[in-house]
Design a protein around this ligand. Structure first.
Ligand code: HEM
Length: 539
């Protein structure tokens, strides 16, 4: 659209000159003259920004993209397609391009989609700091989650990333396996109890698995991330968890409030006498208070008894690089980024196993042959034993490929820059679409959209799935803004899936149910995940 303010300045000058030379166009009353001036000015600016610039001037207009669009809102609704990212996948599969697609969003604003390893590398690695998260989204979320790693940009991000990274190193993740396995046992026991209480132990009982997944991943991020046992699998009365759930409770009014803050004048909206403003202030205040108290207690304990823990927060405290307030921001970030994401991945894996019984059996056989029973309280598998299971590795990688839990994420060019050899003006929005890249037939072959764990089981393909480039899979993105918790998430995911698939036979409650992903940031099955689970003896 070009620079919005510059457009207005130019159209104001044009309007002023036009009215000066044709004063008969202005009514006599001053107030009416001002209104007419503004209307003409606004009309000219809109005409230029919505029609002239995008269709006749914009240097990006020759990049291939969908040819059918609405004249006013372009293909803006594609961002809300179901499943999220599906419309973009259709473009990737069907519109020939040289690594970049362009479409017009609302009011014909440009949107670019990198589609090849080269252009993805350009955005994610080579020019990563030229592309930031859109400022309005960041400004609003910082009020809720604080200025933690996921929301800061530029030098502050470089500093935080450098100082948080050591706590997520492989050697630390290895130490967390007992927590992952112990919490996986808690999950299995919880489901076993639900089955027992239902009185349907013999034939199996229908369980809504998504809720279990949410609770157990919350427990894991609590204990492994912050050294606090929320025990959400057994109860939900932890004050920190209650405040967190209250904050993210998905009501319609909350959704409208969030949307108004992102697209509207945020500072004004936050001054309105809207109940959501007060609720948000109070719950974030509560959440931050609990976190601050936890950080204080941990710091004190480490000082008095020289006792640090092996959770991520303890390691960050030990590193001495962050103030208490900064640690609170990181805690809220880990809570938000590190639990619904893994919970979503686990839920999709359960669905894929329920609908692919052959792979379910093969996975169960592998687990039962090589790992101690999940019910054993004396034996815990080592990280090496879990990492050595090829089918488990194949199933989690294929799940993460087909159901990336963040299907779309957005960037905005902060300066005039390049994607590959294509100049990209400041302000252009770029969509990174894991859903479309991970399923692209150009990167994964004709069977790209099929669940085929075997692609990770061929000689030399355990880490690549047979794709020629790392950038064929962008579930965790790549480069300086990639998911810092990838190793944590994959290890946790492996333990949880091994425990559940080893213990239960899983089938769909309704084999004819149409299941598809829905959600705004992370995805879950649209009607939740109702599966029949039957406890299997002999392990
Ligand atoms: C299957 C599980 C997960 C998936 C698919 C996932 C995916 C992602 C993605 C796509 C991003 C980039 C978002 C963007 O910049 O637009 C991201 C960033 C991040 N993730 Fe994860 N994530 C997962 C689990 C976790 C876990 C368990 C943690 C923490 C314990 C975590 C912590 C973070 C943080 C801190 C960032 C921001 C990194 C930065 O900007 O430097 N994630 N994740």
């Amino acid at each position: 659209m070009g620079n919005f303010y510059a457009t207005f300045a130019v159209t104001s000058v044009i309007t002023a000159i036009a009215l000066y030379t044709a004063p008969q166009l202005l009514p006599e009353r001053f107030s009416r003259a001002v209104i007419r001036f503004c209307l003409i000015d606004f009309g000219l600016a809109a005409l230029y920004s919505i029609f002239i610039w995008p269709f006749f001037i914009n240097p990006l207009r020759h990049i291939p993209g969908p040819t059918s669009y609405n004249i006013l809102y372009g293909n803006g609704t594609a961002q809300f397609s179901k499943p999220p990212g599906q419309e973009m996948l259709n473009w990737v599969q069907n519109i020939p391009n040289n690594g970049l697609l362009r479409f017009r969003g609302f009011f014909n604003e440009d949107r670019l989609i990198p589609t090849s390893p080269e252009t993805l590398k350009s955005v994610l690695a080579d020019n990563s700091y030229d592309f930031e998260k859109p400022p309005a989204i960041r400004k609003f979320l910082v009020k809720i989650l604080g200025a933690g790693l996921i929301l800061v940009e530029g030098d502050v991000h470089k500093f935080q990333r450098k100082n948080v990274l050591p706590s997520f190193q492989l050697k630390h993740i290895k130490e967390l396996y007992p927590v992952f396995w112990g919490k996986s046992r808690g999950l299995v026991e919880g489901i076993e109890m639900e089955i027992e209480h239902s009185g349907k132990s013999v034939g199996g009982h229908v369980v809504e698995f998504g809720e279990w997944a949410t609770r157990v991943t919350l427990d894991i991020i609590g204990l492994a991330g912050m050294g606090r046992d929320f025990n959400a699998v057994r109860n939900d009365d932890d004050p920190l968890v209650s405040a967190y759930n209250e904050l993210l409770e998905p009501t319609t009014e909350r959704a409208v409030y969030f949307a108004a803050n992102i697209v509207g004048p945020q500072d004004l909206i936050q001054k309105l006498p809207w109940k959501q403003n007060r609720v948000l202030r109070e719950t974030t205040g509560k959440l931050k208070y609990f976190c601050l108290r936890m950080v204080g207690e941990k710091r004190e304990k480490a000082k008095m008894k020289g006792e640090g823990g092996n959770d991520i927060l303890s390691l960050l405290i030990e590193s001495n690089n962050f103030s208490d307030e900064e640690l609170v921001d990181q805690m809220l970030t880990f809570l938000a980024a590190g639990h619904e994401t893994t919970s979503s991945a686990l839920t999709w894996a359960i669905w894929l196993l329920a609908t692919n019984p052959d792979w379910q059996t093969q996975l169960r056989d592998e687990i039962r042959e090589h790992l101690p029973s999940i019910s054993s309280t004396t034996e815990t598998p080592t990280d090496a034993e879990i990492e050595a299971l090829p089918i488990l590795n194949a199933v989690i990688n294929e799940t993460l490929r087909l159901y990336p839990t963040v299907p779309i994420t957005i960037r905005q060019a902060t300066r005039d820059t390049f994607i590959g050899s294509q100049p990209v003006p400041k302000g252009t929005r770029v969509l990174l679409v894991p859903w479309a890249i991970n399923r692209s037939k150009y990167l994964w072959g004709e069977e790209a959209e099929k669940f085929l764990p075997g692609r990770w089981l061929q000689p030399g393909t355990a880490n690549t799935g047979g794709a020629k480039s790392n950038y064929a899979q962008i579930t965790f993105l790549h480069g300086p803004r990639s998911c810092i918790g990838m190793g944590f998430a994959k290890s946790e995911f492996k333990c949880l899936l091994a425990a559940v698939a080893g213990r239960f036979e899983i089938s769909m409650a309704d084999p004819n149910e149409k299941v598809w992903p829905a959600g705004v940031i992370t995805t879950k099955p649209v009607h939740r995940m109702h599966v029949k689970m039957k406890k299997l003896e002999g392990w």
